[in-house]
Design a protein around this ligand. Structure first.
Ligand SMILES: [Zn+2]
Length: 313
């Protein structure tokens, strides 16, 4: 367990990972991801609970599954969902090596929490996300190969919107379900996702049947107990024979750092950096993806301004 992990019971829980499988008749491929730990770490870093935790958890889980389709470590994917609801939007940045980071645009007030986080069964996140909005997916495959797809939000439930993106923009017949189960304190208890796809031009009958099953909140019911990726794949395929295509460990990781924070401040230009140094003893830069705070003293800012001037001349 990483040092970021919130306090947990002493029982062993499955390590976050993603596994790929292909049905033995090659009609379907299924990806399952267990993301409990990484979603809990992300929520702890951003102090999220309730509907906020479910929304970010679904998006982080989907990001992991969409990035690791090609088995290419250098692949990178950015999900940007902007909605008309009080959370305003979600940003997820996932990499082919199984690392992911993400954040919400806005946090809810205590009153909004009470209103939006209650209920049993699969929590509706659309009242928090909004039923109108846009989803932009940017795939960076490395070597300057970049693709961007853009769709309207169809339900505001995140997994349904990303499934719509896969079916329309990428034109891959897909079923996607991502879920976060909360404990009695509104904190993350379990998180996981299942993605099933046929091949372009393939028969979608099986997929339609699977959509019915996952759409009825079955993944939520399954996650009332601890599940492994293998169990989730077995569930999606109704126990039918399949071949394991390997897996990848998943974790929350942000690649920010003091140097990067300094570079962000440098983009303000020498005059503004000097003005900041004159205004306050210390300037703090907060990484929106992971909540880490980097502090620059007035002396460091003055040195940075001098460096910018030297580079300019
Ligand atoms: Zn960060």
């Amino acid at each position: 367990m990483s040092e970021d992990s919130p306090a947990r019971g002493c029982y062993a829980r499955p390590v976050d990972q993603l596994r790929r499988a292909i049905k033995s008749d090659f009609s379907l491929r299924v990806i399952a991801a267990v993301t409990t730990e990484l979603v809990a770490v992300a929520c702890s870093r951003h102090s999220l609970r309730g509907v906020e935790a479910v929304a970010l958890g679904r998006a982080l889980t989907a990001g992991c599954m969409l990035t690791t389709l090609t088995k290419h470590d250098g692949e990178r994917l950015r999900l940007e969902l902007r909605g008309s609801g009080p959370l305003r939007g979600i940003l997820v940045d996932a990499r082919g090596d199984g690392t992911v980071r993400g954040c919400l645009q806005r946090l809810l007030s205590a009153e909004e929490h009470l209103k939006l986080s209650s209920g049993t069964g699969r929590l509706q996140v659309s009242p928090a996300i909004g039923k109108r909005g846009t989803l932009v997916v940017t795939r960076d495959l490395g070597l300057d190969q970049r693709y961007q797809g853009n769709v309207e939000v169809v339900s505001g439930e995140i997994d349904e919107d990303i499934e719509h993106y896969l079916n329309t923009s990428e034109q891959l017949p897909s079923v996607l379900a991502c879920e976060v189960v909360l404990d009695q304190h509104d904190r993350v208890q379990r998180a996981a996702g299942v993605l099933a796809q046929t091949f372009p031009g393939g028969d979608t009958t099986e997929l339609d049947a699977l959509r019915e099953i996952l759409g009825a909140g079955s993944l939520f019911d399954l996650l009332r107990h601890e599940r492994s990726c293998e169990e989730l794949i077995g569930f999606a395929l109704g126990g039918e024979a399949h071949d394991d295509m390997g897996g990848v460990p998943l974790r929350f990781l942000c690649n920010c750092g003091a140097e990067r924070a300094r570079a962000v401040v440098a983009t303000l230009g020498a005059e503004d950096v000097e003005a900041l140094a004159a205004e306050q003893d210390q300037t703090e830069i907060r990484c929106e993806y992971c909540g880490s705070v980097y502090a620059l003293s007035a002396a460091e800012l003055r040195e940075l301004a001098a460096e910018i001037r030297r580079q300019r001349s």
